[in-house]
Design a protein around this ligand. Structure first.
Ligand code: ATP
Ligand code: MG
Length: 564
């Protein structure tokens, strides 16, 4: 893991990659007159996920590195799946991640008039036609990778007739699906995207930005390049699957004789043990396989945030993965590694017991309370100190006592001495049991000369155990998480199965009887903590005053085994 650590940068994607080299070249040759304008173009049809974080770091990060600007543009060309809820959440998540678009907030829908004019221009140039083939017929005549497509019987309509029909499409004279506007390019092109692609379809549907003004909506491939051109974007970064669409974007811009940005593709982010398809994420939420978009098991940015991820940990992860031209899958453990590295620096160290059993210090005076000082974070002196109460009855983890331990067990066991963190050395004397043999309490005696958890007689103890004072403890709920899927690649389901068959039934375990130290009674939501010896946790927004709820963010060490 040491190697990974060395490459982690607090920058986003840095300036040593092929995208940065290209911008440097353009700046040197003056291709765009010294301007650097990028854009992040989400479609508001879902919440942002960790894959989008990569695109955001690339788009905003590159603009920042080179003193340019990055536009946030909603690619809102399909009203049937879009919603203002997504428009809002996307802005919130980008800001949280640490990026800023300034005044450059745009909506593709505000270019609908301009796009419509461009479409009429293509019709007038004889480069677009109104086609009455159904979607199915269109698909059947498109050909295959090895066979050319067939020309539509409507392909040779006159310019006048095309213009008239297109205007009537816009005026709402026709039903959904009755006709489309298609580009007239080449049904035999080896690039399927060039086989007379659809530019507009009829959809009598209200739009979250334009209301009922339109009943024809532009297709993504027609709209996307125009949006970049209208905004005078210099560098349009896309994921690799758009490489084959680039000739089409260029064709449109060339026919129209308008400004042409430079599109460059990079590999998308894939991570094992999760799904990143928006369709699947929506299904997980809508069909209640998880508790909402911000369920801490979700790979959405709001889910990761609620889980305890910080913006820095995500940016470091993206920087560590880097940008390349080759698709690959990153191990989920790397994401967790980046979180752990970051939380090690910032999390407050506290004591909590998630599976409590009483520990009674028999020789400690009844009713006495002592307060011990504890560092909030040994990695960061500015985090300060707090005091922790100690008394005769404590809670410890059930697994920190064993009557007949195996060799190498250095916790509480009759006759052995251990350190209670920050407090005293104690020697275990035995335990109480109920009639079924279950342990109900553990007993010990303490050494008053070991105050603060150490002695000056050179005596050593092998184990250190965390605890909370029973009288002062706060009852808490702790939500423990495991991977949402049990296999590395849930997308690649066996015959007859879907990704849903690989959901991990153990991915959420709720502990309702945890005991935590009093300083945790009212911590602000999302505060990052390290429960000593247990892992990193954070405060869930479901917490109420005096009734905290915690999420387990990640363990102290990587312990997950991938099942194949
Ligand atoms: P879809 O288009 O199927 O709805 P999408 O994930 O591409 O889903 P968009 O809203 O179009 O969603 O994505 C916005 C931007 O984020 C696009 O430029 C897209 O290429 C990029 N992006 C999406 N997923 C990833 C990923 N896994 N890795 C890197 N970039 C991604
Ligand atoms: Mg997309």
């Amino acid at each position: 893991m040491e190697e990974i650590k060395d490459t982690v940068s607090t920058e986003t994607t840095g300036t040593s990659n092929f995208l940065a080299d290209m911008i440097r070249d353009d700046l040197a040759t003056g291709k765009f007159g010294g301007r650097v304008v990028t854009r992040f173009p989400p479609e508001p049809n879902g919440y942002l996920h960790i894959g989008h974080a990569k695109a955001i770091c690339v788009d905003f990060g590159m603009a920042k590195e080179f003193g340019g600007v990055c536009h946030l543009r909603f690619d809102d060309t399909n009203p049937s799946k879009e919603d203002d809820e997504y428009v809002q959440s996307i802005q919130e998540d980008i800001k949280w991640l640490g990026f800023d678009w300034g005044d450059n907030l745009f909506f593709a829908s505000s270019y609908f008039d301009q796009m419509y004019e461009y479409a009429e221009q293509l019709i007038l140039q004889g480069k677009a036609y109104v086609c009455e083939l159904s979607a199915e017929e269109c698909r059947l005549t498109r050909g295959t990778l090895t066979e050319p497509g067939k020309n539509s019987p409507y392909r040779d309509r006159s310019i006048e007739e095309n213009l008239d029909l297109f205007r009537r499409m816009k005026a709402g004279e026709f039903e959904d699906g009755a006709m489309t506007l298609r580009a007239k390019i080449d049904m035999a092109s080896p690039n399927m995207n060039m086989r007379d692609p659809v530019m507009y379809r009829i959809q009598h549907k209200s739009h979250h930005q334009t209301g009922d003004k339109w009943c024809i909506y532009p297709m993504y491939d027609w709209a996307h390049g125009l949006e970049d051109s209208i905004e005078r974007v210099t560098n349009s970064f896309c994921t690799l699957e758009f490489e084959d669409h680039r000739p089409l974007y260029d064709w449109f811009l060339e026919q129209l004789g308008v400004y042409r940005p430079r599109q460059t593709e990079f590999a998308r982010l894939n991570i094992n043990n999760i799904v990143l398809s928006k369709r699947k994420l929506i299904q997980l939420v809508k069909e209640n396989y998880v508790n909402g978009w911000d369920d801490p098991r979700m790979p959405t940015l709001c889910g990761l945030r609620r889980r305890g991820y910080t913006p820095e940990s995500i940016r470091n992860f993206v920087a560590t993965v880097g940008v390349s031209k080759v698709n690959s899958t990153v191990d989920y453990a790397l994401l967790e590694h980046c979180l752990r590295e970051d939380l090690n620096k910032r999390a407050l160290r506290v004591m909590a017991v998630v599976d409590p059993v009483k520990l009674i210090v028999d020789n400690y005076p009844e009713g006495q309370v002592e307060y011990f000082d504890a560092d909030n974070n040994p990695e960061d002196a500015s985090a300060g100190k707090r005091t922790i109460p100690f008394s005769r009855e404590l809670y410890i983890e059930r697994e920190d006592f064993m009557e007949d331990p195996p060799k190498g067990y250095f916790r509480l066991t009759p006759g052995k001495e251990v350190r209670l963190k920050h407090a005293y050395y104690v020697t275990c004397t035995g335990c109480d049991k109920d009639e079924n043999g279950n342990i109900t309490a553990v007993h010990c005696t303490y050494d008053p000369n070991s105050k603060g958890g150490w002695t000056d007689d050179g005596r050593k103890v092998k184990g250190t155990v965390h605890w909370v004072s029973a009288e002062h403890a706060i009852d808490a709920e702790v939500r423990m998480y495991d991977r949402l899927f049990t296999v590395a690649n849930p997308d690649n389901a066996e015959e007859g199965k879907t990704y849903l068959d690989y959901l991990n039934p153990e991915s959420l375990k709720v502990v309702t009887n945890a005991k935590v130290e009093p300083s945790l009674a009212d911590m602000p939501a999302l505060t990052n903590l390290q429960f000593l010896r247990l892992g990193y946790f954070n405060v869930d927004p479901d917490s109420k005053p005096g009734k905290p709820v915690f999420n387990k963010s990640v363990g102290l060490k990587d312990s997950f085994k991938i099942t194949k």
